[in-house]
Design a protein around this ligand. Sequence first.
Ligand SMILES: Cc1ncc(COP(=O)(O)O)c(C=O)c1O
Length: 416
Amino acid sequence: MSLEIARLFDQQDPLKNFRNEFVFPETESHAPLYFAGHSLGLMPKKASEYINQELKSWGRYGVEGHFEGPHPWLPYHENITASFARLVGAQESEVVSMNTLTVNLHLLMVSFYRPTKARFKIIIEANTFPSDKYAVDSQARFHGFDPREAVVELKPRAGEAHLRQEDILQVIQEQGESLALVMLGNCNYLSGQCFNFKEITDKAHAVGAFAGFNLAHGAGNLFLQLHDWKVDFAVWCSYKYLNAGPGGIAGAFVHEQHLGSKSLPRFQGWWGQNKSTRFKMGPDFDAIPTVEAWQLSNPPIFQLASLRASMELFDRATIRALREKGDKLTSYFESQIKEHLKDQVTVITPELPQRGSMLCLRFTKSPRDSMEKLRKKGVFVDFREPDIIRATPIPLYNSFEDVYRLVQTFKEVVHA
Ligand SMILES: Cc1ncc(COP(=O)(O)O)c(C=O)c1O
């Protein structure tokens, strides 16, 4: 397919103008081809304006900035709530922006991993992002269990690259009454494989376990319905698909059915205290009746400001329309690779519906070398050991022409 066809697709794209809302990085000689949004999303132009607004408020109002100015800081995180709810398919009472991803994972495991002698196992993926493995291992240890016994790793069948959904359900069934928690990423960081959450959640509940998900590669990428799927909890970061900047503030979801529960233990801090009595500074904790009860500290306002800039774009574009474009872009990307690089590059990410926007690619010849050459040509993708190059066409800011040019650049590099 030609460049003209890619340009035609772009003309027909209802989301094409969102690209102008972002700052693309500068490169020395080539126009940037940014395909690393699965790692760090591009900066929305409004981010600096919104952060500057809060710097101005700080200068102008000092401590009174908590109550004064266009966006007082005391309730600043509430500016994100409705957008997060739309993003992950939740009620507003079920979502909050707070902390960072692994911190939120621990905080929610405090509540949802409450092992007993009989029921103490956690199911995760064998090739999960290392931080998730460290987190579940340390939770098991914290409760006095040996992670080698408590943590059950899901592996693909011999000779297969991906997990089968029926095998995940089977393992949950087999662990049965010994299973306390299923904690999966909904989209694997290394293969791009995404799972059917609803079935996994239903199965976990059927054996009496909780189901929690790490949406690091799902939030802002996939179409999610956490409330309807009855997921118990979820966490996500905002620096990848959500474009909130490095170290961006993370998200957390707790299903409505658990809110206000007296039996669910929770770590506490003053930001989780009932807002009407918080500043009475009393010694007794009275939890906010929403997921905000899990908040510990007053949040970093500048990080929230850039997240607000990004979430406004998601609200305008809608996650449904973004996923629709994402499927077209990624399918186009895959077809271009198959057309031009059949023998040099293998797509290891499964087909729809088991994926989002990211494609994980195996370059048959010296991937690390290719990576360096690509960088010199203005291409932003990333490399994961031992031989995976990850590239993601982001529907908010990548075009079909970008994808066309990316594959042409791959061709130049592998044929060099
Ligand atoms: C799946 C997954 N889990 C955990 C993390 C760690 O995130 P953080 O440093 O925000 O805690 C990442 C970061 O890339 C990730 O992709």
